[in-house]
Design a protein around this ligand. Sequence first.
Ligand code: AMP
Length: 519
Amino acid sequence: MAAESNTIAGIDLGTTYSSIAWVDSSGHVEVLPNSEGFLATNSVVFFDGRTAIVGREAAKAALLEPDKAAECFKRDMGRPYYNRKVCGKEMRPEVLSAIVLKKLKQDAERRLGTVRDVVLTVPAYFDDCRRKATQDAGKIAGLNVVDIINEPTAAAICYGYGRAAGADGEKIILVYDLGGGTFDATLMRVSGGNQFYTIATDGDVMLGGKDWDQRIIDYVVADFQRNVHADLRQDPPTYQELALRVEECKRTLSKRNSVTIPVAYAGRRLGVPLDREKFKQISSDLLARTQSTIELLVRNAGLTWNRVDALLLSGGSTRMAMVREMIAKVTGKEPDTSLDEDLAVAKGAAIHAASLRLGEGAAPDSGFQEATATKLAAIKHQNVNSHSLGVAALNRDRRLANVTLIPKNSPLPATRSQAFGVSAPNASVVEIKVLEGEAPLADGCIEIGTCRISDLPHGLPKGAPIDVSFSYSEDGRVHLRAIVRALKRGAFVEIVRPEGLTEHDLERQAQVVSGLEII
Ligand code: AMP
């Protein structure tokens, strides 16, 4: 097929696997294989001098030289550094993610021509710092991140797109999204298969298939130690290889009732048997965390399970038998398994991306056939914020409290204004700590950064009010505006993020990444 220019794509940037998709002119959603022929690329980077290897080959190379490899860095998004050094150096999770994105872009371009505009997906439960870090990763990769969309919303859009418009009337659906590293539960009202309104969302950015893998690894290590009196953890390559084996065995347990995990170390070989029952037992607390999240979500939304029409499963980890059993038991309904667990999020992102392109007024020359353009243009969705937005203020006990301005699960966009008095006469700067979270005290919340209002006019008396408006845009990002009330004029306001990247840092990191050969 001839390369199409200016194609917009959707990318699922996952903890363990990532994928890229697009919508062709006839409305078909296609996930693009990487240069090795796989639809999902392992989110693993291996450094070999100036070359960064991404994907399955990187995962294999990491077995022998784990110090040169990075994986699961999505879990560190929003933090300054990946949790360990790579090739002896501290690396930012945004940079590692950018390398994965660049690999996806490059491989997709073999088929599509230049890809610059993309929609990236994020867990619904990502806070502002993690959302910004994801957008920054896109910029470092040389992409124009047109939007970020929540993974469960993308899965639901994919679900709706596959159905005839209007066929379903109005439905309430629960998206249970358990990927490699994150868990999201989202309740949505879906109308006519193309209008998606999020009612509420909750989740855990530190819970995913990797944690189930770890339970099996720990089980095997303990078994080996009991029987052979040798510690597998002492040998990094053996341990890495075990991690790969375990993931395969976990997948097998989704099909079969039992599996034997082969281990060889210190001159001894052992087959460690594991059946579904034991697997469930050693990971029951992980499953219970997802169960209490969905129960609370439905209860807090004032609903009961009989009001929920469909339970959508998304994310590879929902293939585990224990997940399906638990959902059926808790809800009294069989989950809907019509979605492709691994690829629905990338496909949904691509559909959203194509729909945005039409919204940009590009309809006449969008390249989409008329029926496709009509279908895409009709897609609408409304998001909610997954964390309450607040500011830090001293309470009566002189402790720094969290004062909520925009409560969690407010329909977006949402704005709330609050007046702050300048602390001293002639102050030129006002600083306010911006928080996300539900805890009553500031130190129990995530500090996004400091809202810094500067260039205040000279001569303001102490207590002069500055009206600050705090907003969440539709993509869940936080924005600020400040007005000096007495003068009715705006003041310069920014969020100073101690750990985030500045525009200058982004340019520098983009140069570093563009100097790498990525394969
Ligand atoms: P995703 O982020 O949606 O690509 O999900 C990746 C996670 O799904 C990884 O932790 C995989 O180990 C897990 N996964 C994929 N297929 C299966 C399966 N058949 N059974 C259990 N877990 C799976």
